[in-house]
Design a protein around this ligand. Sequence first.
Ligand code: MIC
Ligand code: MG
Length: 262
Amino acid sequence: MYISGAVISADLGLPDVGLTTATEVATRSRQIARMTDLPALVDADTGFGEPMNVARTVQELEDAGVAGLHIEDQVNPKRCGHLDGKQVVDTATAVQRIRAAVDARRDPDLLVMARTDVRGIHGLDAAVDRIKALVDAGADAVFPEAMSLLAEFEAVASAVDVPVLANMTEFGRSDLFTTDELAAAGVRVVIYPVSLLRVAMGAAERALDTLVAEGSLQSQVPGMQTRGRLYELLDYPAYTRFDSTVFDFTLSAQQGRREGAS
Ligand SMILES: C[C@](O)(C(=O)O)[C@H](CC(=O)O)C(=O)O
Ligand SMILES: [Mg+2]
């Protein structure tokens, strides 16, 4: 399960250009990680400062309950890896960030993933060299950003022994390869970082247009998550052990109230 920096930024009404703080990302990560038993991988951007800040970021995220995080080699202010005009730090600085992250973790199982944005600036060969240096520095997995061809993933996967991640973000540099295609290219982890935000916000905008056009959301109801499903996800029934009235409503009672009101 992936916790996206771009989505945390959007959630705060901010562009994804390094404006969020480590505290905001850790707080949101804690809220998300507690809702699932799946391992959570969080986007730690550049680590929020110098290598010493990277160390503190790693511990804050570890305390938030994530299973792993990735640190990238962009300069600050960072930007979406699929945009033009990115800049990266030199290899020594990138390596220092990863070393700081690896040394700072207290849980040896916390996954430290190194992301490199070099591909979009200096090309694939330079990206592969950078990735090898990051793995030598202790990275447990790698995230080659803004790749465009399957063959590029293959080149990275055959250059290192650690798992390789593919970023299948829409409207980016890469075609949206299938998981089978990526697996055949040696990729072991795939993220769809902003996809559910795009799906949900696409639906929200269409619903608002409908409300303006039709004066009601009635026609949208079949596409909505039901009240029952939401309550199931939030585990309402579990709270009846504290207060038996918490979950004593029925849909027919609601129906009755509606009819009574009309
Ligand atoms: C993966 C990513 O870092 C993110 O924050 O989710 C972004 C996603 C995006 O902007 O599409 C990225 O830089 O690729
Ligand atoms: Mg990001």
